[in-house]
Design a protein. Sequence first.
Length: 155
Amino acid sequence: MPETSFEPRVVGFLCNWCSYAGANLAGTSRIQYAPNIRIVRVPCSGRVDPLFVVKAFQAGADGVMVLGCHPGDCHYRDGNYYTRRRFTLMHAFLTFLGIDERRLKIDWVSAAEGRRFAEVVTEFTEQLSQMGPLSTQASVQVSAGGDQIRETVSL
């Protein structure tokens, strides 16, 4: 049986004002990047609810990216600061769910950084390719009164 190469599925939540414009610049400039990303355009990275990330993993994504404006350049003033704080906690939550925190990438790409957008997407896709597919069964350990309870949860 021939061995097939793994192609990760990536969901990208991109800020309308910066990251989405950076992706558009990469496309119009014909800069090559991994075609594995499916883009969801959001008004601001601060509007990305952590449940969107969990739902993306549940729907079969191997990795999720949240890309926004550089700190200090947010169209809505503080949106990317909220994103940075919210997703610092999200990494810990993913670890609790049994999902490697490296499967969630938070980064900043401006509208003029088409080449940077391509690099970030390609680098993340290569990292996911090395990690392999995300298991749809995550193992969660809960400690209750000194006893260890092992439970398998379906994402």
